[in-house]
Design a protein around this ligand. Sequence first.
Ligand code: HEM
Length: 397
Amino acid sequence: MPTITLDRYADVREAYRQHDLEQALYDAGGVVMADCLLVLHGSAHRTRRRVENRLFRRGTFRHWEHTFLRDVVTDTLAPFVAAGRADLLELGYRTVMNLTAMVAGVDHSTTEVAETDALYRFAKKFSEGATLVHTTRDPEEVRAEVADALDEFDRIFLTPSIARREALLGRLAAGEITEDDLPRDVLTALLRHTEELGLDRDMLRREVAFYLQAGSHSTADAFSHAVDDWFAWSARDPEAAEEARHDPALLQACVYETLRLHPASPVARRRALAPISLRGGTEIPEGSEVVLDIAAANRDPEIFDRPTEYDPARDVPAEVPRWGHAFGGGMHACIGTELAGGVPAATDREGAQVLGTVTLMLDALLAAGARPDPAAPPQRDPHSARDHFASYPVVFG
Ligand code: HEM
């Protein structure tokens, strides 16, 4: 069967919305991805997404951002600023790890750096498992390491997190507490709907592990690229970059421009369950694999003027998000878009803008006077064919 690559913006958009295209990117990553939301299809996906969506209602993250998100960002940054240096990867993961664990429902101490670092280690390993299709290492070796990490994660974090929630659900059933006393996280939602969703213990643990890596890896990756792009822009056009640094809405546009140019998932992959004809004329035979080349579609000159140029002030057509396809689309569209990316100023009808975690992180880092470490240039990840940094040292002051 042929593999068909779609690299035009409109084709990728249309493909995302085809019900007869099912997820195919994680076939090799089953050790951590089997039966996860991102690989489910049809009614199984709809039912799971409906249960999990309730946590991601509009307004939840607006509330988070106005109550504690900024503090999480500045508190995590503070010790690095005091030490005079940071690695953007470590800083990025430390910041988003606690947040992602909270969304997933993984109890841990937010003040114990050792616990956050353990979660970071697990999330990195799970992410390596999920993206096995891109690995340049021996896949069997990676699979064994991911399986061991899942066992250890289960013992240290998941088992106690489940026990606490089951006790709470028991108290809810006995009328001792109300719905408002339950944690609002994915694990609690899943435990309440185990039967309806047909979940066994292994599926439950893979879903929580998937959230832990899906939320943290892409956000930390977007953060490192956002900083790198801003540094380069500041060298080319110091005045414009400086203006953006003091204007959160402009800084958010910078993050969107980075997401467009460096999408954390540069390709999506689908399998055709039926023959499909796209409006642009592409015929997709049943059984073929379809590569949605997001990185290329996000540089489609029909949509984005001077497509390879980093221009946060660019005009885009009204129906096109500034990040292009970086958050996906259709049924698998990223559930964490608002948490990571916020709500663009122009579409935010309720007035108070939601900046999103990545913009908050970039803002705090630049306000602390970060600049690239002149003695240690950033390194690309040698174990991934994807556009990731392995380290990015910065100094402050
Ligand atoms: C900058 C940060 C992020 C980027 C660029 C990103 C990107 C994406 C993309 C492209 C997809 C769709 C993949 C596909 O169609 O094959 C996706 C799905 C998903 N993302 Fe994100 N994501 C980010 C942050 C987050 C966060 C913070 C969370 C949760 C805390 C999250 C949870 C998910 C989940 C659960 C799905 C699967 C949705 C489904 O299958 O219905 N993501 N993300």
